[in-house]
Ligand binder design. Structure first.
Ligand code: NAD
Length: 431
């Protein structure tokens, strides 16, 4: 029986953050910390976020008499490593537990990549697709004010996540700058380039994922020119990953968004899919493919399966039926602990989320560095440095996995956690 299954449930004290997703993050952490025999005090310190703030606040709708009360969150998991860093999610399922799990994963991700940040995350529980542009702008500006004291270029630097984008970052940057009386581009990353955003940030998560799919393919002996891929989620991460894979000669045979999945074993030409998407706003109705459910999509026979949408997608129920050689996680938390065990047994190579999707925060780090130095890098410089950092982290993780005889997710967690633990021990306990 798995080591964590024997102890974890009784060991985690109930607390405000409790949720299935935060529980997954905690159980992953506990499993790794036990394997590395982590100092008990440090283990307890890292099990919960250091700071969390919840706000309920009003958002005036376009119909002036209507005011919606919404819930917003910002969680900072570890303040030991430097400022905290993490995206802001707009989604109707956002909760304190979900945001806390994402913040914890950000801590391990930044440490694994050797970036000088602790993990944070934020979110608002709304469906952005049901809001107009002006409503989103008012909501974003109010959110920024509610959390004004928590964020800042030396404190906590937000970025885009699901449901948010460069425009939302521009409104946050503008609201923050209005308050302090001068432009502060370095308060957020993932901004439009004209406002101090970095070249290459928009596509960095998908690009980084594909850099590591290339290394993983080499490692497992997969020829990408003859490979097929299925991608769940066709947003920022999934769309860019699909594009870079197509450029490498990989045949994309299945993709999905919130409306449905589409499948064509002969391949889906992305330019035609994009034309359809630009016209209709969703994949549903695309003519040159079979419409399938998101569950069916995950079980398609392919070489590379890349979940790039939501958490909790690869579970005990479908893990036995996956027909891929590699699971390349673009999304955060797409795989449950039980599914992980099944994937290990089935010898499916997993490129874990905190490594696979770390290209986004890595170029966010570049953006913050460029802003603080007031010096912009070229796209070639950004991509070259991104490649170096991604590949080095992949090699560290692979070596650790071979040395300690553990899977790639555990190896990535061990790498990240040990770096944070070392920093915590060196800083000591105040007072
Ligand atoms: P996005 O909002 O740009 O796109 C999300 C996509 O998923 C959309 O195509 C949406 O239609 C689809 N989707 C939503 N619900 C779905 C469902 N139930 N089934 C199938 N598809 C569904 O979001 P994003 O920025 O691409 O983020 C996707 C994932 O990647 C999230 O888990 C996020 O935390 C993670 N991530 C994003 C970044 C980044 O830089 N944007 C970085 C690291 C990790």
């Amino acid at each position: 029986m798995d080591i964590i299954d024997q102890h974890s449930e009784t060991e985690i004290p109930q607390a405000e953050w409790d949720s299935p997703m935060f529980n997954l993050a905690q159980r992953q952490f506990l499993r790794a910390s036990r394997l590395m025999e982590l100092d008990d005090n440090i283990r307890k310190r890292l099990l919960f976020p250091q700071r969390a703030q919840i706000a309920s606040f009003p958002c005036r709708k376009d119909k002036y008499s209507e005011v919606q009360t919404v819930f917003g969150y910002r969680v900072q998991h570890v303040l030991t490593m430097g400022p905290t860093k993490g995206g802001i999610r707009y989604h109707e399922d956002v909760s304190l537990g979900e945001v806390s799990a994402l913040a914890m994963w950000m801590t391990w991700k930044c440490a694994l990549m050797h970036l000088p940040f602790g993990g944070a995350k934020g979110g608002v529980r709304i469906n952005p697709q049901q809001m107009s542009r002006s409503e989103l702008q008012r909501l974003t500006r109010r959110y920024t004010m509610e959390f004004f004291n928590m964020i800042g270029p030396d404190k906590d630097i937000p970025a885009p996540d699901m449901g948010t984008n460069a425009q939302i970052m521009a409104w946050i940057m503008d609201t923050y700058s209005q308050q302090v009386g001068h432009s502060v581009p370095e308060v957020v990353t993932g901004k439009p380039v004209v406002l101090g955003g970095s070249h290459g940030r928009e596509e960095a998560t998908g690009r980084g994922l594909v850099y590591l799919i290339q290394d993983s393919a080499f490692h497992i002996g997969l020829d990408l020119k003859n490979a097929t891929a299925v991608i769940q989620g066709y947003g920022n991460v999934g769309r860019n990953a699909a594009m870079f894979l197509e450029q490498l000669g990989v045949k994309i045979i299945g993709i999905s968004d919130v409306s449905c999945g589409i499948h064509n074993s002969k391949g889906l030409p992305l330019s035609a899919v994009d034309d359809h998407l630009n016209e209709h706003g969703m994949l549903k109705g695309y003519a040159e493919a079979d419409e399938i459910s998101n569950n069916e999509l995950l079980e398609l026979k392919c070489d590379i399966l890349a979940p790039c949408a939501l958490q909790n997608q690869i579970t005990e129920q479908n893990a036995p039926y996956l027909q891929c050689k590699m699971l390349a996680e673009g999304a955060n938390g797409p795989t449950t602990l039980e599914a992980d065990r099944i994937l290990r047994e089935r010898d499916i190579f997993v490129l874990p989320d905190i490594l696979g999707n770390a290209g986004g925060v890595t170029v966010s780090y570049f953006e913050w560095v460029q802003n603080t130095q007031e010096f912009a890098w070229t796209i070639d410089e950004v991509n070259k440095r991104l490649h170096e950092i991604m590949v080095a982290a992949f090699q560290r993780t692979l070596l650790r996995s071979q040395r300690d005889n553990v899977d790639m997710r555990t190896a990535a967690l061990l790498e990240g956690i040990s770096r944070v633990a070392e920093a915590k021990l060196l800083r000591g306990v105040f007072p």
